[in-house]
Design a binder for this molecule. Structure first.
Ligand SMILES: *[C@@H]1O[C@H](CO)[C@@H](O)[C@H](O)[C@H]1NC(C)=O
Ligand SMILES: *[C@@H]1O[C@H](CO)[C@@H](O)[C@H](O)[C@H]1NC(C)=O
Ligand SMILES: *[C@@H]1O[C@H](CO)[C@@H](O)[C@H](O)[C@H]1NC(C)=O
Ligand SMILES: *[C@@H]1O[C@H](CO)[C@@H](O)[C@H](O)[C@H]1NC(C)=O
Ligand SMILES: *[C@@H]1O[C@H](CO)[C@@H](O)[C@H](O)[C@H]1NC(C)=O
Ligand SMILES: [Ca+2]
Ligand SMILES: [Ca+2]
Ligand SMILES: [Ca+2]
Ligand SMILES: [Ca+2]
Length: 670
């Protein structure tokens, strides 16, 4: 296939996505009115609205419909919003608009012919697979990401290290996972026994039954595929084996209709007293030119989930990091995966590579296996109409594997909070298998001794490592947030243009002596306000007082927006464990030879973390198992000489830049 042809296709894809993502305002308003439903009804009537319903999970919030506004329009009806908000009984009012949401699966690689070959190859493999534990399920032998099928143990370990957990009797019992997606075929033979109706709802049709809509042109199979990875029943002669095969599985149907902030807000905290883990394999368009995050209600729903869910320990939101790699999308332009409340998961291919669809960003926490190139195997799951699939793909398939592993973790230790789970991921994820390929985007050793990677976060999830570390776990100390506003000395606003690099310093004491003092960093957000003629031309790096260089935003050539950024939070987990005190450096640059101009208007650094040192960090920095690749599932792992990785090459900004340029060169050379 010629290079021109591929580019033509890509451009068509970009144009199509632009077309379908045009904003449509609808004739519904989310409104907060205090004083009860009678007053809400009166307010609505006074301004020409009717009350559709109370918004689930939010006190004093109502959905109103205006009688004289078109049901869909490209333009917002601001005069109506203004009239509502000027009523003293109204706290706030937002006109709702449809949000374009893409499922992060269904990836067809370009080379379909090789794919055929691959199927033949796989069938042959099934006969000689290294069977550590046997199940009667026909696709179990093909679940390469779960069992160690190496014939040569010198090869990198290629599984998520869950079999030892199954051998200890862990299988997700008592833990409930719900898939936020396009529905769940819960009557599927491999799911029905684990189905949790109390964790399920259909927000598109407003009924309790999440069964997908069967439609030959728009197969709503995505949610059912994601669910099977978590909770397919084991040893029942059907499909494969879920990571947490005795967990309860629910389906929250939201992606088969118009998605609004109200709908997301209701869904993201639906039954948060019954659901432990929400798994989401979708988000704003991965088209390389979208910058979008959760709205008012969705943001509040995340906060409610982590503060009220699981009896105050917080629900776990597992999120797929995105599939826009080929269009140079950056997951820090997606406010869902970029949220501190979501545990963001990327993919590694069967050959330990960042797949072609994988996105770079600093908010990714961990990685599981998924599809890669045409010759790599994909993920096994349940499919519609009581069938099975061996070709679930993308970060869509990666996130549910993580949700299943976390279900095993919560079964082992139900006391863990949402932040404990994030800490455990940073503390146990494995880097050795991913260090096999040279094109691994560079592991940076941060100031607290963590290895972090812009493509893989802290590395491949290690099921057994997580559960072992959680055994005598002490809850991490309370979270605080230190907001650092740039001072006059930083000379903002400052102009930026093409072929220019700007360095801005931000000093902080980490709010020392205040109630919100932070000495041990968790998440860092850089809130950027920038006016620019071409948003995608700007890249942003952050250098911490410990000298850790992080790419917060990479160049996105398809993002030609003139809208800039308005206090957009670029989130990073790469400074985890570091001391925030000292001088931070923000580097903004436009390396194009275009004629772009603009102004960096404002920066704000928000440092989340703890005042006290988390208990698990007190005996020194994390150790890495250098011989992880020799760890087997079948036998008890030999007491391994755990050693600290010393002399890690310190990666400079230039390396990060080159890693993005290398990607581009690779792509353009196709
Ligand atoms: C499932 O069955 C329905 C109804 O019989 C049919 O319309 C649909 O195409 C089928 N879907 C798949 C994926 O086989
Ligand atoms: C969970 O907390 C309870 C009460 O503090 C304690 O008894 C129990 O041992 C804890 N479980 C684990 C696995 O740490
Ligand atoms: C940061 O602190 C250093 C010395 O502590 C000072 O020289 C510098 O001007 C400060 N920079 C800003 C941006 O406040
Ligand atoms: C970019 O800037 C460098 C030095 O700042 C200059 O030498 C070079 O000519 C510039 N390139 C373009 C295309 O303007
Ligand atoms: C950070 O790096 C710079 C230059 O690369 C070096 O001069 C400085 O000493 C380093 N600081 C720390 C704390 O390592
Ligand atoms: Ca339904
Ligand atoms: Ca099964
Ligand atoms: Ca994306
Ligand atoms: Ca996140």
């Amino acid at each position: 296939m010629s290079k021109e042809f591929i580019f033509l296709i890509l451009n068509l894809v970009v144009q199509y996505v632009t077309l379908v993502s045009a904003t449509h305002f609808i004739n519904e308003w989310a409104v907060e009115i205090k004083g009860g439903p009678t007053i809400a009804k009166r307010v609505a009537a006074d301004h020409g609205y009717e009350v559709i319903d109370q918004i689930r999970g939010f006190d004093d919030n109502y959905l109103l419909r205006h009688k004289d506004v078109a049901s869909r329009s490209k333009r917002s009806a601001d005069h109506h919003t203004k009239r509502l908000t000027s009523d003293s009984r109204v706290e706030w009012a937002d006109q709702q608009f449809s949000k374009s949401r893409v499922k992060r699966g269904y990836l067809e690689d370009i080379d379909l012919e090789t794919r055929q070959v691959n199927f033949a190859h796989k069938r042959e493999d099934e006969n000689k697979v290294y069977r550590e534990t046997s199940f009667s399920d026909p696709l179990w032998p093909s679940q390469w990401y779960l069992h160690d099928e190496r014939e040569n143990l010198a090869e990198p370990k290629k599984d998520l290290h869950v079999i030892p957990l199954w051998n200890r009797g862990l299988s997700g019992k008592g833990v409930t996972v719900s898939i936020l997606d396009d529905g769940l075929e819960y009557k599927h033979e491999d799911l029905i026994d684990n189905y949790a109706p109390e964790a399920s709802y259909d927000f598109n049709n407003k009924d309790p039954d999440p069964t997908p809509r069967y439609d030959p042109t728009n197969e709503n199979k995505h949610g059912t595929r994601c669910a099977g990875e978590v909770a397919m029943k084991a040893d029942n002669d059907k499909c494969g084996v879920g990571v947490a095969f005795n967990a309860k599985i629910g389906g929250i149907k939201i992606l088969d209709g118009t998605v609004t902030d109200t709908l997301e807000g209701e869904a993201l905290q639906f039954a948060h007293d019954k659901i432990d883990i929400y798994s989401a394999s979708w988000g704003p368009n991965d088209d390389g030119h979208t910058v979008e995050g959760p709205g008012r209600l969705a943001t509040q729903a995340f906060k409610n989930g982590v503060t009220k869910g699981r009896n105050g320990k917080g629900v776990i939101y597992v999120w797929a990091s995105g599939n826009g790699g080929r269009l140079y999308d950056n997951c820090d332009c997606d406010g869902y995966t970029g949220s501190i409340y979501t545990l963001s998961i990327s993919s590694a291919s069967q050959t330990f590579k960042k797949p072609w669809y994988g996105e770079l960003c600093a908010s990714t926490m961990g990685t599981t296996y998924s599809s890669g190139s045409a010759v790599d195997n994909r993920v096994i799951s349940t499919d519609l109409n009581n069938t099975c699939t061996s070709s679930h793909t993308g970060t869509s398939a990666a996130a549910p594997l993580a949700a299943g592993i976390i279900a095993l973790l919560l079964e082992a230790n139900p006391n863990l909070t949402w932040r404990d789970v994030q800490h455990l991921v940073t503390w146990t994820s494995q880097v050795e298998p991913l260090r096999q390929n040279k094109d691994d985007h560079g592991w940076v050793k941060n100031g607290a001794g963590f290895l972090v990677n812009t493509a893989f976060g802290f590395g491949i999830l290690d099921g057994t490592g997580l559960v072992d570390a959680a055994k005598d776990w002490q809850k991490v100390p309370a979270q605080s947030a230190c907001e650092v506003v740039v001072t006059k000395d930083s000379n903002l606003p400052q102009a930026l243009k093409s072929n220019q690099t700007l360095e801005i310093e931000i000093n902080t004491s980490g709010c020392k002596g205040q109630a919100n003092e932070v000495n041990y960093i968790e998440h860092v957000q850089l809130k950027l306000t920038l006016d620019y003629t071409k948003r995608g031309a700007v890249s942003v790096y952050l250098i911490s007082p410990s000298n850790t260089s992080t790419m917060l935003l990479s160049e996105r050539p398809y993002d030609k927006s003139t809208q800039g950024f308005k206090s957009w939070p670029l989130m990073s987990v790469h400074n985890w464990g570091e001391d925030p005190t000292g001088k931070w450096k923000v580097v903004l640059e436009d390396t194009t030879n275009d004629k772009n101009t603009g102004i960096v208007k404002d920066l704000k650094l928000v440092i989340h973390g703890t005042k006290e040192q988390p208990q698990h960090m007190k005996n020194g920095p994390r150790t890495y198992i250098r011989n992880y690749n020799h760890v087997q599932n079948k036998e008890k792992p030999e007491k391994s000489p755990e050693s600290l990785i010393n002399g890690e090459t310190f990666l400079k900004l230039n390396y990060l830049r080159d890693s993005v340029r290398g990607l581009k060169a690779l792509f353009q050379g196709m």
